[in-house]
Structure formats: structure tokens, C-alpha cells
Design a protein around this ligand. Structure first.
Ligand SMILES: [Zn+2]
Length: 456
């Protein structure tokens, strides 16, 4: 006698664990209770026929900033429409704020307002004064700490002395340091130099934040982390040149994870020149050869995760470029853009492109932060966090069909094939056919665990 499922998804093509298989998925309560041969039939009061559709594990976006025009509620709604079911947010701890109380209030706000389950990274802006509290964040469930090697003039930059000190402490706690790698002192010098010469800051934007200074900082962060025995996560790799230090680290077996983002895979400086202030992001959108190199990096396993860096600001195209804030909405377009360019246009290759893409968007981030196989997996016992994706539907991305409060998308007018049909978390439908079906206040806080980096 088979116990009935609460929900059965039939006839879908399940993309998980490096392969695509036709399987039925039975869900009981919040968990996946069965994955298997379609001929095995269990009774179920609700059945979804996913014939002709893909089923992905819900995306795990480990690079999210819910502190600008999209708060934690708005961000989770945009995420759900884009097939993301797990968020790892950056909680920024500014100078004068203390670490654990900041994390607590960030978590409590998320539990009340988020539609999706979430974890937290701590972003440190004053390591000298915050480092003593870092060990106390681990029992709280925060095991990753971000620093910036750039934005020196904004006073966001952590210098090498304090980055090394942080890595030293974090390594002892078996944690992860996430680094924004650009040489902030030299980019500030270039900015001043171009300003003094009266040059157009939009035209000079990639020259001010050049690829080589991103690769230099990446190499420095990786080297310092290795000396300190610390695992390091290089966020938003944007440049072909970054693959060199990342490749060396991989070949040496160092504890390094390389992330890229949809915007660096699919957009170039042409978008910056067209959309101006709206496309001002750091690192900058670069060139077609960078796009190609980053796709190749994913194919080779040099880059292993894709995060959105969703950081929407309410910017108009004609805002002053120099004064405009960095950041753009990304979370809702991440899956359709990466699917369309990586799989349909073949940038991820012809063989196993889709399982590779889903690994980078879901499985590997879940593994990196110790959430796997609860998240990022379609296995018996995993949370029933699923995406049903229609690979046949063609649609046009426009601000009018997006849910961010930014008021724009960098992909306006892009026609793509492939759309999210349904997003489910822990067995409950969140988004179905373009409608939000779940309310705030159902989220769970996820404690991360990065100790696996230190296993022998
Ligand atoms: Zn970011």
C-alpha cells in the first residue's frame, strides 16, 4: 500500500545532479517523498502535469542586496517570479554598528517580510572594530563575511592588513570570506585623473575600472586567503583576466569559489553607453570577449556559481552618470537570460549545458553554503523547492512584466524563449502562471555551514 502524496508532479523532465531524466515527483508535506519512474503511480489529491516542461531544484541565489528600492519582501517576490527559492542576503554592518545585533534584526525582519527562505552573509565595513565579534556570528548561523577591496573614497574598502586579519579569524572558525575584487586605490586614482582631464565618466567607465585591476585584486585576495588558510569566495567575476588566478587556485586545490553574474555573461559596455546611469554597476559591464571567457570558465569549472547581485536603485537613464549609484535589478531575469543565452544560444556548449547551468544556479551555491541537499536538490527528503520551466514559450522582457521597484530592466525589449511557469517552496506554490500565490511571513532562516571547506 502506497501512502498518498499531497501533490504529484507528473511527466516532467527533471534537471538535477548533472543529468536530465523523465520522472514523477511526489510531495508529502514540505518534503520530496518520491522521485521516480512515471509508471509508478501513487494516489494524490493534486496532480500537476508537467509534460513538455523542465523541473529544476529552486534556484539558490547567494548574492542578494535587499536594502535598496526592493526590501526583503519585494526582493523575495521578484526572486520567486524568476525561479529563485532560496536567498542568501548581504546584511551590511556599517561602522558603529555591532555585528550580532545587526544580524539578529536583519533576520527578524526577514522572517516577518520575506516570501522565501533565506540565509545571511555579513558585510563588514569596519573590520578593525568588528573582528572581535566575528566568532559569535557562527553559532548564530552566519559563516560568510564580505569585504570590499574597492570603493576606497566611499570608505567601504578594507585594506590588505584587515582583510588578512579577518581571513585569519574566519579560517579558525571554518568560515568563508567573500571578496569584491577590484583595486580600489588605483581605480580612485584613475577616476580623479579622468575627472581632472574633463573626460566623460560614462565613456571612461570601463577604463576607470579596468579588467586587469580586477584580476590583480582577485589574485591578491586568493593569495592572502591561501596564506591565511582561509576559504574565499570571489563574487561577481566580470573579466576574462580573472580566470587566470582562479584557474591557478583550482589547479592547486585551494579553497576558492568563483562566482559570476548574468549581467557579465550577457551584457557589454554597449549597454552602459545606451542605458547610461541605469547600467552603472561595479565591476562594469565589459566586452563580448569577457562574456565568452566567463561562459568558458563555467564550462571548465573555473567559475562554479552564478548569483544575481540584485541591487536595484531607482535610476533614470539621464541621471548624472558620475553621481549615479552602482547597481541594477537582476534577480528575476537571471534564469531566463542565462537559459536563453547559455542553453538556447549554445554559449554553455551543446552537451549537458542545462544540467551545468542548474548546477551553477542551484546545486553548487547550496553546497557552498552547506544547505545541500535540503536545498538545491531533487531527492527524497529534500525540501520541495521546485521550479517548473516552460522551454517553449517565447516572451519579451520589459519593465512592465517585472516585479522590482527599480522601474527599469537592463534587458528591456530582449525576446527570449523559456519562462518560469511555477515556483514552489516547501511544497507550497509561491508563483504560478504569473500570479503570486503566497504571502509574507512564511520564510525560514537558514543557518549556513562552510566547515566542509576544511574537511581533510
Ligand atoms: Zn553585490
Amino acid at each position: 500500500m502506497n501512502e498518498p502524496f499531497d501533490l504529484l508532479i507528473t511527466n516532467g523532465l527533471v534537471v538535477a545532479d548533472g543529468k536530465i531524466t523523465r520522472a514523477d515527483i511526489g510531495i508529502r508535506g514540505e518534503k520530496i517523498a518520491f522521485v521516480g519512474n512515471p509508471v509508478t503511480r501513487h494516489p494524490s489529491p493534486v496532480t500537476i502535469n508537467a509534460s513538455g516542461k523542465y523541473i529544476f531544484p529552486g534556484l539558490v541565489d547567494a548574492h542578494v542586496h535587499p536594502i535598496y528600492v526592493d526590501d526583503k519582501y519585494d526582493t523575495s517576490v521578484s526572486a520567486a517570479f524568476g525561479g529563485v527559492t532560496t536567498l542568501i542576503h548581504y546584511a551590511y554592518v556599517k561602522p558603529g554598528q555591532s555585528l550580532v545585533p545587526s544580524l539578529q534584526s536583519f533576520r527578524d525582519d526577514g522572517l516577518q517580510t520575506s516570501v522565501l527562505d533565506f540565509g545571511i552573509h555579513a558585510g563588514l565595513f569596519d573590520v578593525a572594530n568588528q573582528i572581535a565579534d566575528v566568532p559569535a556570528a557562527f553559532p548564530f548561523g552566519v559563516t560568510s563575511f564580505k569585504v570590499f577591496m574597492t570603493y576606497a573614497k566611499l570608505k567601504w574598502m578594507t585594506d590588505d592588513y584587515w582583510m588578512a586579519a579577518l581571513m585569519d579569524v574566519v579560517a579558525q572558525e571554518r568560515g568563508l570570506v567573500n571578496v569584491h575584487c577590484e583595486n580600489g586605490v588605483v581605480t580612485d586614482y584613475l577616476e580623479d585623473k579622468f575627472n581632472r582631464a574633463g573626460l566623460d565618466s560614462k565613456k571612461m567607465f570601463t577604463a576607470m575600472r579596468p579588467a586587469l585591476l580586477e584580476a590583480e585584486a582577485t589574485n591578491r585576495a586568493i593569495s592572502i586567503a591561501h596564506v591565511m588558510g582561509c576559504a574565499v569566495y570571489i563574487v561577481h567575476n566580470s573579466a576574462a583576466e580573472n580566470l587566470e588566478p582562479l584557474r591557478r587556485a583550482k589547479q592547486n586545490g585551494w579553497r576558492v569559489v568563483g562566482e559570476t553574474c548574468p549581467q557579465y555573461l550577457t551584457l557589454t559596455d554597449e549597454t552602459t553607453q545606451t542605458l547610461a546611469a541605469q547600467a552603472k554597476i561595479g565591476p562594469p559591464l565589459r566586452y563580448a570577449h569577457d562574456n565568452a571567457a566567463l561562459w568558458q570558465g563555467l564550462r571548465e569549472g573555473i567559475l562554479t556559481t552564478i548569483g544575481s547581485d540584485h541591487a536595484p536603485k531607482a535610476k533614470k537613464m539621464d541621471d548624472d552618470f558620475f553621481d549615479a549609484a552602482y547597481g541594477a535589478p537582476q534577480i528575476e531575469t537571471m534564469l531566463p537570460m542565462c537559459y536563453y543565452v547559455g542553453v538556447n544560444e549554445g554559449k554553455l556548449g551543446r552537451h549537458e549545458a542545462l544540467p551545468l547551468l542548474i548546477a551553477a544556479l542551484s546545486e553548487t551555491p547550496a553546497k557552498t553554503y552547506g544547505l545541500y541537499p535540503r536545498k538545491g536538490a531533487i531527492q527524497v527528503g529534500s525540501d520541495a523547492d521546485l521550479v517548473i520551466f516552460d522551454p517553449a514559450k517565447t516572451w519579451t522582457i520589459s519593465n512592465s512584466n517585472q516585479h522590482s521597484k527599480a522601474g527599469f530592466t537592463l534587458y528591456e525589449g530582449r525576446t527570449v524563449t523559456g519562462v518560469v511557469d511555477l515556483t514552489m517552496q516547501r511544497g507550497r506554490v509561491i508563483v504560478e502562471h504569473g500570479a503570486l500565490r503566497r504571502e509574507k511571513g512564511n520564510a525560514q532562516f537558514l543557518k549556513t555551514d562552510t566547515s566542509h571547506f576544511y574537511a581533510l
